[in-house]
Every structure is written in C-alpha cells, then in structure tokens.
Design a protein around this ligand. Structure first.
Ligand code: 13P
Length: 248
C-alpha cells in the first residue's frame, strides 16, 4: 500500500504565538500509512518539531538553498533545516518559481540538496491558468518533472505535489476529473523517469484550496495520495479535519 502524505504549508505566516495551534492535534490518531507534516516558516521549525513529536506529526521546511553552506546572506540550507528538526522540505512551489524566478534546473539542485541532507523532498509542479487554457498542462508538468527530479530521487525520498497555480489560494479547487487526469499523467511520467515500480509507490499529492469540506472527495480520487494544504493548515482544527479526511 502506498504511503500517503498530508503536509501543511504555513507560507510566510506564524510567529511563536501560533504554535498554540498544535494543541488542537490532541486526540488525533495518525495511521501508519499516513505521514503528516507541518511546514512552518524556518524561524519556527525547531520549536514546532519539539511540540509535534508528541503527536507523531513531522516538521518540514518550505524551501532551501541548493548549497550546504557559504556566503549566501539570508538563505537556509537543507542541512540546517534537518538540524533544526525538519524531516521534509518543499521545493519548487509556484510562489518560488513565479515570485523568485526559480527555474526547473534550480529546483532540481534544491531537491538534490534535500535528498543529500536526508530530507524527504516535496516537489511541486503545476500549470498556470493560461497554460491550461492553451492545452499545455501535460507538457508543462512533464517538463517540470523531467527537469526538476534529480537522479538521486526515488519513491522513498520524493513526493510529487500537483498544485495547479490557478487553484492556489483562490478557493477554486480543480475538478475531480482534472485532478485524476493530472495525477495519472504524473504517475506515468514518473514511470519513465524513475521506473515503473517507483512510480507505482511514489506519493502524488494534490494542492490548491484544499479544506475540511472538499478534502474527503479529493483524497478519494484515483492516484491522489494526500494533499499539500495552505490556508486551511493555519488553523489547527481545520488541519486536523483534513488529516481525518485522509484516513480510510
Ligand atoms: P491553499 O491551500 O491556500 O490554496 O495553498 C495551496 C498551497 O500553495 C500549498 O502549498
């Protein structure tokens, strides 16, 4: 059975006071086939990982630098995230690709850095609305996968997050058929890149306006192995409800 994953991406939200949300996970039971992760801003990773250890929930970073150390003011390396308590790291989020001009090549070197630091990489891919309307979704997502997955990746150190850019933070969730089509395409493309066995085992999660109301339907869609949750992960009760929706 494929390992499922639900990760909460706090983005640039949260200070020490928000760590109180963790208390809402009390009583939550996470089944063995579900990995639950919260990715707070780097400033909270250390404290968050200590608090979450009580709940069998892991902690992740939202981005990292591609190198281990050096004169890169303001950056954080994958090794530093791991040292602070992270077990996972998101790379290639569209807010980095678009907002910070990150290329597939850069995303690939960040994914490689995460893997060498022992972090599981949550690699984000997804098309813009313009690309979808032009019928280019498979081409864009295929190129992102081909060019961003490093040769060290396998189904144990990589999770693919399909996040259509137009569904992020908009309340416009992709339709079930669109999700099924994209996830099926990603799995078959991963088969070419990683081999059929790895592609069968790799977790492919959906992100884009996932919330407690729509999560059960999304997680019940073929080839969907969990979710990457933005806004709804900021509230502990909502994130717990999304985690509960992924337990069958
Ligand atoms: P929302 O859930 O707020 O749409 O964000 C999705 C996302 O970008 C997660 O990485």
């Amino acid at each position: 059975m494929r390992q499922r994953l639900i990760a909460g991406n706090w983005k640039m939200n949260g200070t020490g006071i928000d760590l109180g949300e963790v208390a809402k996970f009390k009583g939550l039971s996470i089944p063995a086939n579900l990995t639950a992760v919260v990715c707070p801003p780097s400033t909270l990773i250390h404290r968050m990982s200590e608090l979450l250890s009580e709940f069998a929930i892991e902690t992740g970073g939202q981005d990292c630098h591609q190198l281990e150390a050096g004169a890169y003011t303001g950056n954080v390396s994958a090794r530093m995230l791991a040292d602070a308590g992270a077990t996972h790291c998101i790379v290639g989020h569209s807010e980095r690709r678009v907002g910070h001009g990150e290329s597939n090549e850069l995303v690939r070197s960040k994914a490689k850095a995460c893997i060498s630091a022992g972090l599981k990489t949550i690699l984000c891919v997804g098309e813009t609305e313009h690309e979808r309307l032009a019928g280019r979704t498979h081409q864009v997502v295929g190129d992102q996968l081909s060019e961003s997955i490093p040769e060290t990746a396998n189904d144990r150190n990589l999770v693919v997050a399909y996040e259509p850019v137009w569904a992020i933070g908009t309340g416009r969730t992709a339709e079930r058929t669109q999700i099924e089509d994209a996830h099926g395409f990603i799995r078959s493309h991963c088969s070419k890149l990683l081999g059929s066995r790895a592609a069968e085992n790799i977790a492919i999660v959906y992100g884009g306006s996932v919330n407690p109301k729509n999560s059960a339907e999304i997680f019940g869609t073929r080839d969907v192995d969990g979710g990457l949750v933005g806004g709804a992960s900021l509230n502990g009760d909502d994130f717990a409800a999304v985690l509960n929706a992924c337990q069958d």
